[in-house]
Design a protein around this ligand. Structure first.
Ligand code: CLF
Ligand code: SF4
Length: 474
C-alpha cells in the first residue's frame, strides 16, 4: 500500500515514534502530524486535495489574472473546472476512495475562499458529514476573514492560510491596485491600509481561537523582498504558526500586471537567502509547491486530471477502509523513519567536518530515495552540514525519460535545474545521464536506492568526509 515501504507487517521497535519535538504541545502535534503543508515530515506521506468552489475575489493582486489560478496558493494555470458544493463532495469522496494518502481538503480559490463564503461553507459542511476525519483548510487574502472566524471555529477548521505581502500600505499599493470592501471600491494606499488592518485583525482572531495560521508571502524583488523581514516579525508577534515565502511567478503569457510589465521573480539563490535571513521569525515552510486550486495528491504530484467530473462515478459512497489501512502502515513506517533520521543526523553532526553538501533526491514519497532519475518531475533538495540534515526546497524539472527513451534537450534542462547541486541520489540512473551530469560537475548515484533519504545522505556524507558510515536501514 505504501509503495515505498519495504514490508507490509510491522514488527519494528520504533513503531509509534513520531517527529513531535519535546517542546511541542501535543494538541498542536495532533493538528499538524498528518497535514502535508504544516509538517514537512508529513508531506512525505500525506496528500491534500483542493476543490475549486470559490471563483469570486474581492481584491486585485498584480500577480493574478482571473483567468488563472489564485496565486495565493497556486501556480498560474487554468483551473480545469469550477465545482458546485455537491460536485465537490462527489469529487472528494471519489478521491478519498482512490487516494489513501488523502488527509486534507483545502479550498484555495480560484478566487477567495472567505469572500465566496457560502460555497466554501456549504462544501465543508457536506464533506465533514461524510468524512469526519478529513482536515479542513482554507486559503484567503484576509479581507473578508474577520467576518467568518467564528464560523470557521464552529466547523473545526484548524488551518487557515492568509497571504500577507506587506505591513506597510505604501508597499501594498505597489501590489494591490484595488480592493472591494463594505460595498465600495478602494484604490492605492487607502486600499492597502484597509487590507492590512483586516489581515492583522483576522490573524489575531484566529490566534485567539487556537486556529493554526500559516502566512504565505509572495517574494517580489525590489517591491517587498526586504520588507518581508518586517512582515515575518509582525506575523510572528501575532501568533502565526508558519511563514511560507514563495517566489513570484511572472510570465507575460499569464497576462498579469507584473508579467506584462516585466517584473521578475526571485532567483532560487535570492529566495534561499531571504528564507535563511528569517531564521528568527515564525517557523519557515520550505516545501510549498505553489499548487493549483484544483490540485490532488502528494505535494509535488498532481493527480487532478484523474478526477475531473466526467471521470467520476455518478454515485459515490465513501469507503473508509483504504485510508484507515494506509494510516496503520504509515504509523509504523514513520516510526522507523524518525529513528533512522535521528541516527543519520547524529552521524553528520558528529563528523564535525565543517563542510556542507547539497544533495538532490529523486523520490516519490515515503521519505525514501525511490524514484528513477529519468522519471523525476522534481528533486527534493537537502543540505547536509555540521548543523545536521535539512530539507531546503525542491527543483522542478521536465520528466527526462518517457516510454523508455530520454531526450537530450530535456536532459539539458534537468541539468540546468540542478545547478550547484553536489550529488544526485536516485533509485536508478543510466550511464548516459550520469556521464552528462558529471560533465556539468554533478555526481549521481543509485547505490542508496530505497534507503531513507537521511540515511542515504549520512552515508554519503560519511564516505565523502571520512567518517564511519551507518548501516543502511532495512
Ligand atoms: Fe491547500 Fe494551502 Fe491548505 Fe495546503 S496547499 S489550502 S495549506 S491544503 Fe500547501 Fe500548496 Fe503550498 Fe498551499 S503546498 S500552495 S502551502
Ligand atoms: Fe487573484 Fe487570489 Fe489575489 Fe484574488 S486574492 S486577486 S484570486 S491572487
Amino acid at each position: 500500500m505504501l509503495a515505498t515501504a519495504k514490508s507490509g507487517g510491522c514488527a519494528s521497535p520504533s513503531c509509534g515514534l513520531s517527529a513531535k519535538t519535546d517542546d511541542m504541545d501535543p494538541a498542536i502535534w495532533e493538528k499538524i502530524k498528518d497535514h502535508p503543508c504544516y509538517s514537512e515530515e508529513a508531506h512525505h506521506y500525506f496528500a491534500r486535495m483542493h476543490v475549486a468552489v470559490a471563483p469570486a475575489c474581492n481584491i486585485q493582486c498584480n500577480y493574478c489574472n482571473r483567468k488563472y489560478d489564485c496565486a495565493n496558493e497556486s501556480r498560474p494555470g487554468v483551473v480545469s473546472e469550477r465545482l458546485t458544493p455537491d460536485q465537490a463532495l462527489r469529487k472528494v469522496i471519489a478521491v478519498a476512495n482512490e487516494v489513501p494518502q488523502l488527509s486534507v481538503l483545502g479550498i484555495a480559490g480560484p478566487g477567495d475562499a472567505c469572500y465566496d463564503w457560502k460555497k466554501t461553507k456549504a462544501t465543508f459542511e457536506r464533506v465533514a458529514r461524510e468524512i469526519p476525519d478529513i482536515k479542513l483548510c482554507i486559503s484567503t487574502n484576509g479581507l473578508a476573514l474577520p467576518d467568518h472566524v467564528g464560523e470557521l471555529a464552529d466547523m473545526n477548521v484548524d488551518h487557515v492560510t492568509i497571504t500577507i505581502n506587506m505591513i506597510d500600505p505604501e508597499v501594498g499599493a505597489k501590489i494591490y491596485p484595488w480592493i472591494f470592501y463594505d460595498h465600495r471600491r478602494y484604490t492605492g494606499v487607502e486600499a492597502a491600509r484597509i487590507l492590512h488592518q483586516r489581515q492583522m485583525l483576522g490573524l489575531e482572531m484566529l490566534t485567539a481561537r487556537g486556529i493554526l495560521t500559516k502566512i504565505n508571502s509572495v517574494m517580489i524583488p525590489t517591491v517587498n523582498d526586504e520588507h518581508l523581514i518586517e512582515v515575518n516579525r509582525w506575523v510572528k508577534e501575532r501568533g502565526a504558526f508558519l511563514h511560507n515565502v514563495m517566489p513570484l511567478i511572472s510570465d507575460p503569457a499569464h497576462g498579469t500586471y507584473f508579467g506584462l510589465t516585466g517584473q521578475r521573480g526571485p532567483k532560487p539563490v535570492e529566495l534561499k537567502a531571504l528564507q535563511d535571513s528569517l531564521g528568527g521569525g515564525a517557523k519557515l515552510m520550505r516545501h510549498c509547491r505553489q499548487c493549483r486550486a484544483d490540485a490532488v495528491g502528494l505535494l509535488g504530484e498532481d493527480r487532478g486530471q484523474e478526477f475531473t467530473l466526467d471521470k467520476l462515478p455518478g454515485e459515490v459512497i465513501y469507503d473508509a477502509g483504504k485510508r484507515e489501512a494506509y494510516r496503520e502502515v504509515v504509523a509504523c513506517e514513520r516510526g522507523d523513519h524518525v529513528a533512522a533520521k535521528s541516527q543519520a543526523v547524529a552521524i553528520v553532526k558528529a563528523a564535525d567536518s565543517g563542510k556542507s553538501l547539497l544533495v538532490a533526491v529523486a523520490t516519490k514519497g515515503g521519505g525514501r530515495v525511490n524514484e528513477h532519475f529519468g522519471h523525476s518531475k522534481e528533486f527534493q533538495v537537502y543540505e547536509a552540514s555540521p548543523r545536521g540534515i535539512s530539507f531546503i526546497g525542491h527543483r522542478k524539472v521536465e520528466q527526462y525519460c518517457l516510454g523508455g527513451r530520454g531526450a537530450d534537450a530535456t536532459l539539458d534542462g534537468v541539468i540546468a535545474a540542478l545547478e550547484r547541486i553536489d550529488i544526485v541520489l536516485c533509485a536508478k540512473i543510466g550511464d548516459c545521464p550520469k556521464d552528462r551530469l558529471a560533465e556539468a560537475g554533478i555526481r549521481a548515484t543509485d547505490v542508496y536506492g530505497y534507503d531513507y533519504i537521511e540515511t542515504a545522505i549520512s552515508a554519503l556524507y560519511a564516505a565523502e568526509f571520512g567518517v564511519e558510515p551507518m548501516a543502511a536501514t532495512a
